[in-house]
Design a protein around this ligand. Structure first.
Ligand code: ZN
Length: 306
């Protein structure tokens, strides 16, 4: 089961997150039939989203990470909330690129040059959007840069997705470290040394290490205080009721036309690729409901005029 941890260290100068996310990334891969390079790009973003979402205060807050570049993926869009739920997609999940000279999947080549947007819906009138340019297209560096440049929160971000020869996800995970306001340069330098010396993340988890051990290895001599732990999962917030409402909104006439074609209507959720099928009888019933709602609105409007 996937989960994440958070801890503080050095008297609150550091706020740290660590996450293991293999099942979450594998669920995304299967749903979207991703090629390995897309699995890596989407999986890194989903892993970061779990940890970033946890930093929001309210249960109903929602955050979107959107990466738009000029590479063949086009866009990655991932949503998250503060209870470990993440969901999202890549615009083109079929990108196939040769690996980089070092044998790694070419995530930056698939994403290209572009913009990272973090859109936070915190229940205010307008969502809050922060934007920075992509500095590498490798996602972890881009998010670290976003935190430093847009949130004035110097941070280290590491994300890893290891894809097996059969394209399934072998391992995935990540960590995020924030230097909180008031952190000393000495603490920052000590932590930076640890991060640089840390082994490749997927290898580390692959050899059986846990997020607990990861944070202990990074923060062990800086008095870490483990705060809590949370389950992480890929779970979209779409459902049949929402899709039905969307269908109703197209109105009685269009629904009647659709029903008369006599075929099933299929709607697919972009975010999770779930397919919703409506028979022509169901569409006919929706047309009737839309008509009834229209009549009610008309009657109310008539009363208003009198
Ligand atoms: Zn969905």
């Amino acid at each position: 089961m996937d989960y994440m941890l958070r801890a503080t260290a050095a008297d609150g100068q550091i706020l740290a997150f660590a996450c293991i996310s293999r099942d979450t990334v594998e669920e995304a891969r299967k749903r979207h039939q991703c090629t390995p390079v897309v699995t890596a790009a989407l999986g890194r973003t989903l892993t970061a989203a779990a940890m970033m979402g946890w930093q929001m205060k309210s249960e109903t807050d929602q955050m979107t990470i959107r990466i738009e570049g000029n590479g063949p993926i086009g866009m990655i869009n991932v949503d998250c909330n503060n209870h470990g739920q993440v969901w999202g997609y890549a615009r083109n999940s079929q990108v196939d690129l040769p690996p980089k000279p070092n044998g790694k999947l070419d995530v930056s080549g698939a994403i290209g040059i572009g913009v990272l947007s973090i859109i936070q819906d915190l229940g205010m009138k307008e969502p809050y959007t922060g934007q920075t340019h992509l500095i590498s297209g490798e996602i972890a560096e881009d998010l670290a840069y976003y935190y430093t440049a847009s949130e004035q929160l110097p941070s280290a971000v590491s994300l890893g997705v290891l894809v097996d020869t059969d394209y399934s996800v072998k391992m995935a995970g990540g960590f995020i470290l924030h230097m909180m306001p008031g952190a000393t340069e000495e603490t920052a330098a000590r932590l930076a040394d640890k991060v640089v010396a840390f082994p490749p993340l997927t290898e580390y988890f692959q050899s059986g290490h846990t997020p607990e051990e990861l944070l202990e290895a990074l923060l062990g001599d800086m008095d870490p205080v483990f705060m809590d732990r949370r389950e992480v999962r890929f779970q979209c917030n779409c459902n049949r009721e929402k899709v039905t409402r969307a269908l109703l909104s197209i109105g009685e006439e269009d629904l009647t036309d659709l029903a008369e074609e006599g075929e099933d209507v299929e709607l697919r959720c972009d975010c999770c690729n779930e397919l919703y099928t409506f028979t022509s009888d169901e569409i006919k019933e929706l047309a009737r409901l839309a008509g009834k709602a229209k009549t009610k609105r008309q009657e109310a409007a008539d009363r208003e005029e009198k």
